[in-house]
Design a protein around this ligand. Structure first.
Ligand code: ADP
Length: 365
């Protein structure tokens, strides 16, 4: 059982805290992504799990065993880095088998494990090449092969796709997902890319400034963000977020616009409260061009001037000015719109989010 538990985990560099008491339970065979902006402590957390970084305070358990004082090689983990860290003078086969050779594994076992990993990753035809004769994607696949041959309890990935171009990154993402289905071990995957985290993971851990903002399935963190930060971080294009004040059953915006207070909030927001109103681009659409095929319950229509449009073929992103800010809406079956033109937008208020302006916490009941 390769569960991973982090208990009140702290990391300080001198007096500077960079990880502030993280608690996390990773389940056996779960694919979990640590995601957050640069500098939020993802890599440091991963490196503490790997044993590459000392723990300032707290406990790390792998498979129920405290590993705080174990060196990396005794933790039965494999790590895949952003830089592939392959040995340039060795062939693919030698690179993949190297850790087993060092561990003194018999040649037959080494050959068998390399062959297995190579078959899983489609590397058979590249085994005699050296890293310089491989493309970036192939090198990353070899780095993953090297991790697989060790048959670890836990795979740790540190931004493994960051060095690849956009197209290759998407391809490798699919490969990593297939790989997890095949090898079926616990994975902890660090990325700053929320799309990567969403598409790959069973659960996502959203980190900010050394602490965890929210842990949830991709669906949970998208539909039920617990904080304004998560709401703004998850989703592309990002959620529209605008300051407002609660006033007599309505939301009053600084520029004078008013919207009815969505029904699912009325009970727990009192008049005068400063809030942040949020609506995803999917839930604000030029009337008649929305993604919701069924009935929507709480639609409010407003007319706004278009500032710019971004045609994407199947849809167009329409930016329109709401209360002095650009809101982005998604237009399906697009028709041309000109800048300055007024457009009728349907707001599906049943999907609206409200956050406390001060604490950033969701005000959903
Ligand atoms: P992330 O992976 O989320 O981008 P890191 O875990 O790499 O973030 O870094 C978290 C914070 O710790 C950053 O502010 C970084 O500057 C700081 N940090 C990382 N390594 C060191 C170090 N060796 N000494 C001092 N500060 C460090």
């Amino acid at each position: 059982m390769a569960t991973v538990s982090l208990k009140k985990l702290f990391k300080r560099y001198g007096a500077t805290p960079v990880v502030h008491g993280i608690d996390l339970e990773v389940r056996d065979r779960e694919f979990i992504a640590l995601v957050g902006p640069s500098g939020c402590g993802k890599s440091t957390t991963l490196r503490m799990i790997a044993g590459l970084e000392e723990i300032s305070e707290g406990l790390i358990e792998i498979g129920g065993r405290v590993v705080n004082d174990l060196p990396p090689r005794s933790r039965n983990i494999s790590m895949v880095f952003q830089s592939y860290a392959l040995y340039p003078h060795m062939t693919v086969r030698e690179n993949m088998g190297f850790s087993l050779k060092i561990a003194g594994a018999p040649k037959e076992e080494m050959d068998r494990r390399v062959a297995e990993a190579s078959a899983i990753l489609g590397l058979d035809h590249l085994l005699e090449r050296r890293p310089s004769q491989l493309s970036g994607g192939q090198r990353q696949r070899v780095a993953m092969g090297r991790a697989i041959v060790r048959d670890p309890d836990v795979f740790l990935f540190d931004e493994p796709l960051s060095n690849l171009d956009a197209k290759l990154r998407t391809q490798m993402r699919t490969e990593i997902k297939k790989l997890h289905a095949k090898v079926n071990s616990t994975v902890i995957y660090v990325t700053h890319d929320q799309v990567e985290a969403m598409t790959l993971s069973d659960r996502i851990v959203i980190m900010r400034e050394g602490h965890i903002e929210q842990v949830g399935t991709p669906d949970e963190v998208f539909r039920r963000p617990e904080t304004r930060f998560v709401a703004g971080f998850i989703g592309s294009p990002p959620m529209n977020l605008t300051d407002a004040t609660v006033d007599d059953g309505a939301l009053a915006f600084a520029g004078g616009t008013r919207l009815p207070l969505p029904g699912h909030f009325k009970a727990n927001v009192q008049a005068g409260r400063k809030v942040v109103f949020g609506l995803r681009p999917d839930d604000v659409y030029p009337t008649g061009h929305g993604i919701h095929s069924g009935e929507v319950s709480d639609v409010h229509e407003i007319e706004l001037p278009v500032t710019v449009t971004e045609p994407l073929g199947n849809e167009t992103l329409v930016f329109a000015e709401f209360d002095g800010k650009d809101w982005v809406s998604r237009m399906l079956n697009p028709k041309p719109l000109k800048a300055g033109e007024k457009v009728k937008l349907s707001l599906d208020l049943s999907q609206a989010h409200l956050f406390d302006a001060e604490t950033g916490k969701s005000l959903r009941a």
